[in-house]
Design a protein. Sequence first.
Length: 505
Amino acid sequence: SKDGDVGAFKRRRATELKHGRVSMLACMGYIVPEYFKFPGYLAPKADLAFADVPNGLAAISKVPEAGWCQWFAFVGALETNIFASDASRDPGDYANAGRLGLPFADGIDDPEKRKRSLNAELANGRLAMMAITGMFFQDGLTGSAWGDWALYTDSPLRAFENELGVQAPVGFWDPVGLSKDGNVETFKRRRATEIKHGRISMLATMGYITPEVTGKFPGYLSPSTELKFADIPNGLAAISKVPAAGWAQIIAYAFFVEFSSNNFGWVDAGGNFDFSGKLVNAANKQGDSRAPGDVGWRPPLLATDDAELKKKRLNAEIANGRLAMMAIMGMFFQDGLTGSAWGDWSLYTDSPLRAFENELGIQAPVGFFDPLGMSKDGDVGAFKRRRATELKHGRVSMLACMGYIVPEYFKFPGYLAPKADLAFADVPNGLAAISKVPEAGWCQWFAFVGALETNIFASDASRDPGDYANAGRLGLPFADGIDDPEKRKRGLNAELANGRLAMMA
């Protein structure tokens, strides 16, 4: 509507009203047959009774050709006669229609009551348009406008809705749609991968925490290199201390675990290793029926034959693994930045944000707030320039807000421009005032702003942003400043906060 075209607005409003009215009738058409259907026949020649017509979208398939012709004829008659457009009337108001657009019904004579009713009709029509769209969607998926999930038997997600890891409050959560193809093998592979990552992350998280709490083993980790357990730092720094033979052991062990989980290296009942491959083939067949993450090992104190308890514990493992994956990523990130998994800010001495953490404007509750990372390069000059710009904009905005408010209660007497016969009282409030400013007024504005920028508010790299030699409180030219450092800081922080609020206002 930004072009202000009244004709186009009325046409759109009339269309909205029609759609709303049709949607309200359609919603009722979905609901009423659930409780009542006419007795007798809808099409006697086709032996079609009202009771034979299903509710919702399925009814379309039951409409005979003659019925479609009747529909089109009826709608055409309404559009070309009863609901014919009339530019002299309000949108949705037709000479031959009354309340709710019903043909030849009475209208509402009371203007206030009529306005209230039309607003209610618009609101209800908008709600009905949303409702009927939802009914169509759910009907198409489930065969019922009420969207009974039990009826949506064709959903590919049926394959996974009862899987482990489907837990409250989100239920089956797959926002990227990775499982929408219903491929069970792919789902199992991803679930097994998730469980492995979760288990490793839980161990890794404990590996960060335990040395901090319980200490480290006595003695040597690698006697040949004289490397003691006590010499190994906690966290990522430990990587640099692992000797080459240690990396070989870690990789060999990881391969052993991976191959074992894929049924490699199993032994028979007599303790004999499988070298011929017969046990591997048999175990692979057995493994096909296992749940993801089941590698054939029953951990003491955790394994159970109770189906419900087993399900509860496996769900807990998945949930804890997901939490641990998030936790270990946070620990890695904080360790990389600060040298500690606990992210002690005092240790992050190399942060470029250190240059600005004590600057003015860093206030509770958000502290140093730079979501776009504009200060991450640590450029002090660029920061000061932006801060000075922010202060100027804030000061101008505070004055502008006052300029909006004050004329509502007071205007100067006399003339603003005597030559143009323009009184202060003739200048409207707000943006409309711009049209009243004569050319000489614009010239005065530019000259005044230019004088302030080049003289009073000239940039000085040796001074704080917004602090000018010839300006005092609030940046007012030649005004007194604040000598008390604490009071000055509090006043400048308040100015910044008020300026930010004024820019929004």
